[in-house]
Structure formats: C-alpha cells, structure tokens
Design a binder for this molecule. Structure first.
Ligand SMILES: [Zn+2]
Length: 198
C-alpha cells in the first residue's frame, strides 16, 4: 500500500539528506507529522530562509549573517596566527578549542583530482592577500588527513614558501581515550613519527 502523495513527497525530500535512507526518512516524516502546527511552520521557515540569510564572512569565508562572522568579530584573537580549514564547520569546531587563539581562513573545499576541483575553485588568493596584509607569522594548515587534504596542504605550503611566514600542519595521532589496538597501521605510523618528548 502506498502512502498519501504529500507524505510520500516529504519522505522523498528527507531522503535527499546525507546518511538518511528510506527507513530513517519514513521515521522522520512521522515525527514531522506529529509536530504542533506552529513548530512545523517554524521548522519549514528555517529551511526556506536559510539560503538567503546565511552568506560568507568577507574576511575568512566562514558562514555568518552579518558582514563578519563571530570569530572575526572577536578582537581578542591573535591576528598573526591563521588556521586554514576546508569548511566553516571545521572553523567553528576548532574555534572552541581554547588553546587556539588565532583566526581562520576557510578554503571552501580542497584540491581534488578525482572530483575535478582545482586550486582556482578555492579561496586561496584571499588567503595569500591576508597573510601579507595582516603580517601573519604562522599559518596552520588543518585540512583533513586524506589524499586531497594532503595535496592541498602541500600546494599551500609551496605557495606560502615565498612569504615570510612559518607553515605548519596539524599533528596526526591517536584519539584521546582511544586504544592503540584499535588504530590502523597508517595512524600508528603517523603517531610514532610525530611523537613528542615528555
Ligand atoms: Zn570571519
């Protein structure tokens, strides 16, 4: 037996979300159906307006509602320390690490030969401009530890070589509270080579 068309439509929209299969979409659709009308309307409005309300910070490209994002508005951070990330999500995660006091630059992706993404599609020229203008002393490249992330990090390091700036990469290693016997060989190798004196 088929569901009513409108309910089937809702399920199909929900299935477009990442990690949501048919069963999960069905469960979520029932949940939405059970919402109070005002709650459902607020939910729908939040989805329909998000694209026009959110844009990129004019300094770091992070998502924001004003000209500047919350991180760039924070004047207590260190302008000479810049962390390069591939997405706004990563910037917001790292901004909550209290030991990091610098600012961020969001590339909006990584170089990917497989997906046909070249450096011209990323916010690289604004990064170089910013390093020069703000007299940045250190750039930390925090792209993901995979092939595309590594390619991008090496590409940026090469470009930044010409500027008077120290370039570093996030360390690889074991997760805190993790177990050595659960880690894969590559992670263990990287953890060993990145060992620190105690
Ligand atoms: Zn910003």
């Amino acid at each position: 037996m088929k569901y009513p068309l409108s309910f089937e439509n809702l399920i199909n929209h929900l299935k477009k979300l990442p990690s949501i299969g048919g069963k999960s979409a069905e469960r979520l659709a029932y949940h939405i159906l059970a919402m109070k009308p005002e709650e459902a309307s607020e939910f729908a409005q939040s989805i329909s307006t998000i694209g026009s309300v959110i844009h990129s910070c004019k300094v770091c490209n992070c998502i924001c509602e004003d000209d500047l994002c919350e991180i760039c508005k924070d004047l207590n951070r260190d302008k000479t320390l810049l962390c390069v990330v591939q997405s706004s999500k990563d910037a917001y995660v790292l901004a909550n690490v209290s030991s990091f006091t610098g600012y961020f630059h969001v590339l909006n992706g990584v170089i990917s030969i497989k997906n046909g993404i070249g450096p011209d599609r990323l916010n690289i020229s604004s990064l170089l401009e910013r390093v020069k203008q703000d007299n940045v002393k250190e750039v930390i490249i925090a792209t993901n530890p995979n092939l595309d992330g590594e390619t991008t990090a090496l590409f940026l390091a090469k470009l930044l070589e010409k500027q008077n700036v120290s370039v570093s990469r996030l360390a690889y290693g074991l997760p805190v509270n993790g177990n050595i016997d659960y880690a894969d060989e590559v992670t263990l190798g990287k953890a060993l080579s990145g060992r620190q004196k105690i």
